[in-house]
Design a protein around this ligand. Structure first.
Ligand SMILES: Cc1cc2nc3c(=O)[nH]c(=O)nc-3n(C[C@H](O)[C@H](O)[C@H](O)COP(=O)(O)OP(=O)(O)OC[C@H]3O[C@@H](n4cnc5c(N)ncnc54)[C@H](O)[C@@H]3O)c2cc1C
Length: 446
């Protein structure tokens, strides 16, 4: 029945999770992803306790048990290796009820894709919302299948799924376009899908946001550049259980042991510290930092290292919803990665959407249910975006005097700073998925 048709634009963490959440709620879901395969770029991702619970709500609890939690010692160090704040990861996690998991992105994406119904994922297709719909009219999504030499809706995607080559769907005969054709000039390899619900999870540069939220602020520079890599543990290095961040002048390096024995590492350099032009230059800059940083950086092929300028949205749009379209994940609230919550918030978005919009039994109610969902989600993501920006500000300190003051403050605070961090994060990491059938408080203006 077409009134239960949901289309998701984008097959990243937010889109895949939305597809899973909506399918579990009873929607007939199609996830449309532009890339020809779901091979995520090589890096790790921290899944904080709030997102661990979100994944549990998506039925992935059993899969999570096979993954490693952040363990051993974690904390904050200076480039010479001296600890500023040091804590046991298990003790830190226990404050939030669940542990933080660290996994390779491919694992997370694969897990979500595998949880979609067969045929729900279409790869190599470019999707555009051509009509957001309203209470009396379905939304319409134009799907283009000739997006590149590799792009094709009929390829066998990663994770062993066959893509479902849907043809045009009808929402409701009363609302079908005149003649049942493909309005908006769809032709050739274009097709149109009508949907009672559209989730736009098309990333920070979201074409959907740009078109349907023309007044919403676009992405801005976060003032730094990040390198990300996954490396083998250098021989003789006791890197296994020792993770955490090292803060220098405008440079932050993170080391995160993965379950399979490898190490996920990142380095971000603020513009004011002078961003290295190449990875080789970054290696030189960090050559005298504490072990195992120089060896880790030396052990990887520069071609396998990701380098991105960090960007963020200054704020989410005034509402995350227009008509039957909901903005999810980075499309709505791309934030700096300093609190490691961008993907986690996308997972929360998806789970809450599945619960609040329910099974789509009443197609006409979708715009109002989405509006309430926005009112519930927007204040929360604004808070997390602000926290990420504040944390980024501290890590961007460059001058020797300010760096010394920052480090001294962290060292003197000692265990208090860990407790303070835990207090500040409690509201974020302590989140729990809503129970189906419950009604949320929401901000009517969002
Ligand atoms: C350095 C760094 C470290 C990070 N670390 C963490 C961390 O530890 N923990 C954490 O939770 N988060 C982290 N994040 C943030 C996290 O990576 C993002 O928030 C998350 O990946 C966003 O997922 P998304 O699905 O919203 O967007 P995306 O991953 O950008 O996915 C959008 C998808 O939409 C597709 N698409 C776009 N347009 C179209 C179209 N027209 N048709 C079809 N498909 C389309 C794109 O191809 C893409 O696959 C980090 C980010 C950075 C930069």
């Amino acid at each position: 029945m077409s009134a239960t048709r949901a289309v998701v634009v984008g097959g990243g963490i937010g889109g895949l999770a939305s597809g899973v959440a909506l399918a579990r709620a009873g929607w007939d879901v199609t996830v449309l992803e532009r890339a020809p395969s779901l091979e995520p770029v090589g890096a790790g991702i921290a899944v904080a306790p709030n997102a661990v619970r979100a994944l549990g709500a998506l039925g992935l609890g059993d899969r999570l048990r096979d993954l490693s939690a952040l363990q051993g010692e974690v904390g904050l160090r200076r480039p010479d290796g001296r600890w500023l704040v040091r804590e046991n990861a298990t003790a830190a996690s226990e404050r939030f009820g669940d542990q933080t998991l660290v996994l390779h992105r491919a694992q997370l994406v694969g897990m979500l894709a595998d949880a979609l119904p067969d045929g729900a994922l279409r790869l190599g297709v470019d999707a555009a919302v051509v009509d957001p719909g309203d209470a009396g009219r379905p939304a319409r999504v134009r799907v283009r299948t000739d997006v590149g030499p590799e792009g094709s809706g009929s390829r066998t995607p990663a994770h062993g799924r066959e893509s479902g080559a849907d043809s045009k769907e009808s929402f409701d005969s009363d609302h079908s376009p005149a003649g049942g054709g493909t309005p908006g000039g769809a032709s050739g390899s274009d097709e149109e899908i009508e949907a009672a619900l559209v989730v736009a999870a098309d990333g920070i540069d979201s074409p959907t946001r740009r078109r349907w939220w023309p007044d919403a602020p676009g992405p801005v520079s976060g003032g730094s550049t990040a390198w990300r890599l996954v490396a083998e543990v250098p021989p003789g290095e006791p890197v296994g259980p020792v993770g955490g961040e090292t803060w220098g002048r405008g440079i932050v390096v993170g080391i995160v042991p993965l379950a399979d024995g490898r190490v996920y590492s990142y380095a971000s350099v603020t513009d004011a510290a002078g961003v290295p032009a190449t990875f080789a230059e970054l290696r030189e800059r960090l050559a005298d930092w504490h072990a195992p940083i120089p060896d880790l950086l030396a052990s990887v092929d520069p071609d396998h290292v990701l380098c991105h300028e960090l960007r963020q949205l200054p704020a989410p749009p005034a509402s995350l919803v227009t008509g039957r379209v909901a903005l999810v994940g980075d499309a709505a609230h791309a934030m700096l990665p300093n609190v490691g919550q961008g993907g986690c918030q996308a997972l929360e978005d998806a789970v809450v959407l599945g619960v609040r919009v329910g099974g789509g039994a009443n197609g006409a109610a979708v715009p109002e249910l989405l509006r309430r969902w926005s009112g519930e989600r927007r204040p929360r993501v604004v808070k997390v975006m602000r926290m990420s920006a504040q944390m980024a500000g501290m890590s961007r300190v460059v001058s020797p005097a300010a760096t010394t003051a920052r480090d001294l403050g962290a060292r003197l605070a000692g265990p208090w700073s860990a407790a303070l961090g835990a207090w500040a994060l409690r509201g974020v990491l302590g989140w729990r998925p809503p129970e189906p059938g419950t009604v949320a408080a929401f901000d009517d203006d969002a």
